[in-house]
Ligand binder design. Structure first.
Ligand code: SAM
Length: 266
């Protein structure tokens, strides 16, 4: 919904996604277009979601230029990259997601007549119940070749143990693989306004049965990733994200202070 609202309301676009509206339920996309959802005003959550998506696809494009030919979209949700990829069959895409979410997405794709590209493989995996490695092995992933991996909007929903198992599975991929993920920082690192805003949103996601349970301080996450086998980590903070992607805007689309990106390489 946030990516779709961005296409409708924000100019210039930070993240250009022509499928963000079509993949939604038609009633939701009609309500958005007709401005019935009270989503017109820019907000930090929308900025955060388009920032992480844009930064991930920029990093993916750089990895493809270096020769990477596999993209793992972990916790893909309604991510539409595979259906608008400019790399065609040169880049294999594996969408890994919770089986229930993936089944719902496949219904949405069919209902919206969005074609499944030949280079796309769906790999249902519940990270709380099985390892990424097991799911990838079933899906025909080439473990001997490097991959670019995104994990966007996911770790806050996982137990720390399931998140760690997923980091370790990515760290064990072929040398030259990369991971980009986003994470929230602990409440203690937030200002008062941001703590209040997070608590309000947290109540909403908990009410729909998907509570936020896992936060990381950037230094702690970097240390964990290095201990798990990543050789390079780079934390991208929202101040740098704001400067890079949101400079010179006339509207008030701005990142808040609570969400960070981490880019790591094996
Ligand atoms: C907020 S959505 C993010 C979707 C997408 N990556 C994006 O950036 O819009 C959270 C995603 O995490 C996935 N997820 C949550 N818990 C999971 C689990 N235990 N195993 C696999 N996926 C999970 C959900 O299925 C969903 O696709």
């Amino acid at each position: 919904m946030h990516r779709a609202a961005h296409q409708v309301y924000d100019h210039p676009l930070v993240f250009d996604d022509p499928l963000a509206l079509p993949i939604l339920d038609p009633a939701a996309s009609a309500a958005l277009r007709a401005d019935r959802l009270d989503m017109r005003a820019p907000n930090p959550m929308r900025a955060y979601i388009v920032w992480r998506a844009r930064a991930a696809e920029d990093a993916l494009a750089a990895a493809v230029r270096r020769g990477v030919r596999q993209y793992l979209v972990l916790g893909a949700g309604l991510d539409t990259f595979a259906y608008r990829s400019r790399f065609g069959e040169a880049l294999r895409v594996f969408e890994v997601d919770h089986p229930a979410t993936q089944a719902w997405k496949r219904e949405r794709l069919a209902a919206a007549s969005i074609a499944l590209p030949r280079g796309l493989t769906f790999a249902p995996v519940d990270f709380e119940r099985e390892t990424l490695a097991a799911g990838l092995a079933r899906a025909g992933f080439r473990a001997e070749a490097p991959a670019f991996v995104s994990l966007l909007g996911v770790v806050m929903y996982l137990t720390p143990a399931a998140a760690r198992a997923t980091f370790r599975a990515v760290a064990a991929l072929s040398r030259g693989s990369e991971l980009i993920l986003d994470h929230g920082v602990p409440d203690a690192m937030l200002g008062e306004d941001e703590r209040v805003a997070r608590a309000r949103l947290a109540r909403r996601v908990a009410a729909i049965g998907e509570p936020w349970i896992n936060w990381y301080a950037p230094d702690d996450l970097a240390a964990q990733l290095r201990a798990d086998g990543f050789v390079r980590t780079e934390s991208l903070d929202p101040v740098a994200g704001q400067a890079r992607y949101f400079g010179g805007r006339a509207d008030n689309l701005r990142l808040g202070g609570g969400g960070y990106l981490m880019h790591a390489a094996t």
